[in-house]
Design a protein around this ligand. Sequence first.
Ligand code: SF4
Length: 399
Amino acid sequence: MYSLKELYKIGNGPSSSHTMGPKKAALYFLDKYPDCDKYIVYLYGSLALTGKGHLTDYIISKTIPNVEIIFDYKTEVKHPNTLIIEGYKNGLIIGKNTFYSIGGGNIKIEGKQEKIKKEIYKENSFYQIKEYLKLHNLNLVEYVNAHESIDSYLNNVLEVMQKALKEGLSKSGILPGKLKVKRKSKDIYFSNAITKLPYDKDLRKIMAYAYAVSEENASGGEVVTSPTCGACGVLPAVIMYFKEKYNTSIKEEIDGLKVAGIIGNIVSYNASISGAYAGCQAEVGTATSMAASYAAYILKGDILAIERAAEIALEHNLGLTCDPVEGYVQIPCIERNAMGALRAIDAAILATYLNAKEAKISFDTVVSTMLETGISLPRSLKETSEGGLAKNYKEDENA
Ligand code: SF4
């Protein structure tokens, strides 16, 4: 598996696959063909169908000068996030590349021998990691430390997460786009509404934090892919909750990010973290699983409790579809991040009560099931805005 830097990327929202990936493709092409007097970018699949709401055209036109962007809704493509860039000089085409935006801001270039990304970790499954830990008498944090020096990078990741959370909580108003969705994090945080639940205040804060980061993402703010932009609110909400509740130190937070990063890495390597490829189970499902492992680690869970928490969290997101209304990373995405953060903590608590040694389903089994489920989901429910809530949404239903 690759460095955790490949998983936790710092960039601008609202979508790692629809803004960060295409921006990377555009920069690659510009670098290769800097002298063109005209560029044409063709967007296919999910990039065409949800590109406007996800600001794909905005980020491309900001990156490439003299660019024409064509949304091709009809041509069938083999990867759901395909874009082709052509470069012209004096009316003649001088360069052309096909790119696939594969999730988490990563791209593949057709016909190009993939730059062999260095595999930092030889173990590619939770089972293999457990065996390694047993053999070398290590815990998960020590396992990461033995493979890469990443503390200062993760410290930066933490800072960006916390900044996005604070920024989001400080703002009111309407999010960009035609849905006119109101920012709600501040309202939730300061709400006077009281339920009879004794832990009401805790839940309210966790939700407000997830809203805050997701609202920053939806408005193009700087966030961390954890594992994607669309799902970037879950993990920071859980981190902030533990910071306030248990006064976690920066070292504990960095170590918790390592644990959560290994979980995200296993999903990314063996399945997918792309909503267009496997639905929202791959994005918010994975984020919930990562955050559950973080919570289990902070609650002093051992390797089996961490695995169980991550497994429970992902298992109960299986089948989760991706149906963003009008293509914006707002409905159902923002609320879903809040639910993911709550479920992450629930999963860690449940894992604490259960005897992890008696688990019948491993984390690896859930990951492969998630991939199979994702492949089986219809295209309409994989970030095309052709099905689900995106299809049934009525603008003035609750006006
Ligand atoms: S529904 Fe989930 S996967 Fe789809 S855009 Fe929203 S957050 Fe991303």
